[in-house]
Design a protein around this ligand. Structure first.
Ligand code: ADP
Length: 180
């Protein structure tokens, strides 16, 4: 059976759970024999978008490049899982329009919870003024208005979040059958 390509775009604050959910979705899809590729913001910024900063222009350029690669893969039947803060609504919409087969997953964990987790110690440094333009602290985050999926990790388990994503992919016809 030919697999339909799709870009599954995880957006949300740092520490919201994008990478964690993405990795679990990746595992579940691979177990089903799907062709999957992951583009993680932190890793992409070390190669594809190396040298870009955190101004609005650079953040938008970061997203456009990720979107470009996602498009190439998507049109070749790959399920592309993107995990990137991607704080600006307009460029997320632009990428959605270009790719077409696009599912937006809003990992909506509130700032207080992300800050409490502080997985990478970045919030502490941002509060101390050691990191500037940190999303949620001194840089904006524009939530999606109509995401296909919302993961509320402060009140649901990782398994529940993963299930929601898989269920939606199946409902939209991107998976051969309900694998969720
Ligand atoms: P992001 O990629 O959005 O920056 P990460 O996935 O790196 O976030 O970190 C999220 C952190 O939150 C991880 O330490 C993860 O274990 C934790 N966490 C707690 N509950 C959940 C949940 N329900 N879903 C996803 N992550 C969760």
């Amino acid at each position: 059976m030919t697999q339909k390509g799709v870009t599954v775009w995880f957006t949300g604050l740092s520490g919201a759970g994008k990478t964690t959910i993405c990795q679990a979705v990746e595992q579940a899809l691979r177990a089903q024999g799907c062709q999957v590729e992951v583009l993680d913001g932190d890793i992409v910024r070390e190669n594809l978008t190396k040298g870009l900063g955190f101004s609005k222009e650079d953040r938008d350029e970061n997203i456009r490049r990720i979107g470009f690669v996602s498009h190439l893969l998507t049109r070749n039947g790959v399920v592309v899982l993107v995990s990137a803060i991607s704080p600006y609504r307009a460029v997320r919409e632009e990428v959605r329009q270009k790719i077409g087969s696009f599912v937006e997953v809003y990992v909506s964990t509130p700032l207080e919870v992300c800050e409490e987790r502080d997985v990478k110690g970045l919030y502490k440094r941002a509060r101390a003024g050691q990191i500037k333009q940190f999303t949620g602290i001194d840089d904006p985050y524009e939530p999606p208005l109509n995401p296909e999926v919302e993961c509320k990790t402060q009140q649901e388990t990782l398994e529940q979040s993963v299930h929601k994503v898989l269920e939606q992919l199946a409902a939209l016809g991107y998976l051969p059958q309900a694998v969720a």
